[in-house]
Design a protein around this ligand. Structure first.
Ligand SMILES: NC(=O)c1ccc[n+]([C@@H]2O[C@H](COP(=O)([O-])OP(=O)(O)OC[C@H]3O[C@@H](n4cnc5c(N)ncnc54)[C@H](OP(=O)(O)O)[C@@H]3O)[C@@H](O)[C@H]2O)c1
Length: 329
């Protein structure tokens, strides 16, 4: 049986290109569960894999796609049977193991999560790694003491995938979220998504850096790193926490000990890729109950397999608003 996949090659000149090809089952990687993929997603990391940036993909040809949702076709894993609806995010699928930009995927059954009741495969990909990560960040901040009366939560990279879903989830869960964004054209949409205010990135960065700055945030969900993370840490209120999620602006972090020793601030890292099964199931269950997909609708763009190389360049340039999802079936 043949199926379509977006196959990524690296030429002798080192150039990485992708094209839709017909493959047969013999090309599927090792694994215990074969899935007919219905929808995949595009994340920042997929942009890196499709362009060869970041050195995440070591072996070519490759099929990228770190997220997918679909229907089990065949299973040697007793937990899954044909017809089951499943979602996969992380586990380095799409990086070291062939991923979701393919009508058929074969993976280790340990990496799958059964789709929560009532969540379609399309909705699961609107959420994807971005939504799972946003949920994990909120869960962590709550474990560290955040509650809706604690004050404003700052979300950086707010118009991106993780940021926009974090804002939507925070609003639904009763929190006040301030969106930090470099794109003023999306400010109105971020407000209608549930943020109480939109802070322009330039204005935030224009304020002079001090060892400790005015305490403004009960918590921060940071998707960008670098100077923005350093500055946000110095503005967290007494006892607050920062969830460090991403590095869209860079991997550096310059800080000092004052936020930690004078305000008891916690800096906590979030990783969605290697999350244990029970934590994933719990997070998917909470998202399926808390995420208002209807309200998020116009922040979703559909891009077919052929359009992904161009969309990859856009996401790396910070030009994607909300989520890109990929109809694969
Ligand atoms: N830890 C994990 O498990 C995990 C999971 C998912 C993603 N991530 C990471 O989280 C980050 C965001 O992922 P995503 O999928 O949400 O990506 P995305 O959709 O591309 O969003 C990133 C956002 O960051 C902002 N941004 C981009 N370049 C910037 C720059 N130079 N300076 C400041 N802000 C900038 C932009 O928001 P504005 O235009 O609103 O400013 C952009 O929309 C990435 O680094 C990704 O690798 C980590």
């Amino acid at each position: 049986m043949t199926y379509q996949a977006l196959v990524t090659h690296r030429g002798e000149d080192g150039k990485v290109t992708s094209a839709v090809e017909m493959l047969d089952d013999a090309r599927l990687p090792e694994g215990t569960v074969t899935v007919d993929v219905e929808w995949a997603g595009l994340n920042y990391k997929d942009g890196l894999c499709l362009t060869g940036a970041g050195g995440l993909v070591r072996t070519y040809p490759h099929v990228a796609g770190i997220d997918f949702a679909g229907i089990v076709r065949d299973s040697q894993d007793t937990r899954y049977k044909p017809g089951d609806r499943v979602v996969l995010t992380g586990w380095r699928v799409g990086e070291t193991h062939w991923g979701g930009y393919s009508q058929r995927a074969r993976v280790n059954g340990d990496w799958l999560v059964p789709l929560p009741e009532g969540l379609s495969t399309r909705a699961a990909m609107i959420i994807g790694t971005a939504g799972l990560t946003a949920m994990l960040a909120i869960d962590r901040l709550e474990k560290l003491g955040l509650h809706p009366d604690a004050g404003e939560v700052l979300v950086t990279g707010a118009a991106g995938g993780v940021g926009s879903i974090a804002i939507s989830l925070l609003a639904r869960l009763g929190y006040k979220a301030t969106a930090l964004s470099g794109r003023s054209e999306h400010a109105e949409r971020l407000i209608s998504l549930g943020s109480t205010a939109v802070l322009p990135r330039d204005a935030f960065l224009a304020e002079p850096d001090k060892p400790l700055e005015s305490a403004r945030w009960a918590a921060v969900i940071d998707t960008v790193g670098d100077r923005i993370l350093g500055k946000a840490l110095r503005q967290v209120k007494y006892g607050g926490a920062v969830a460090a999620v991403g590095n869209a602006a860079g991997i550096k972090l310059e800080t000092n000990v004052l936020p930690f020793i004078l305000r008891g601030v916690t800096l906590s890292g979030i990783d969605s890729v290697m999350q244990p099964y029970a934590a994933r199931v719990a997070a998917w269950s909470r998202i399926s109950q808390s995420f208002d997909i209807g309200a998020y609708g116009d922040l979703v763009e559909e891009v077919g397999l052929q359009g992904l190389p161009e969309a990859a360049r856009r996401i790396l340039a910070g030009q994607v608003r909300g989520r890109i999802i990929v109809p694969v079936a």
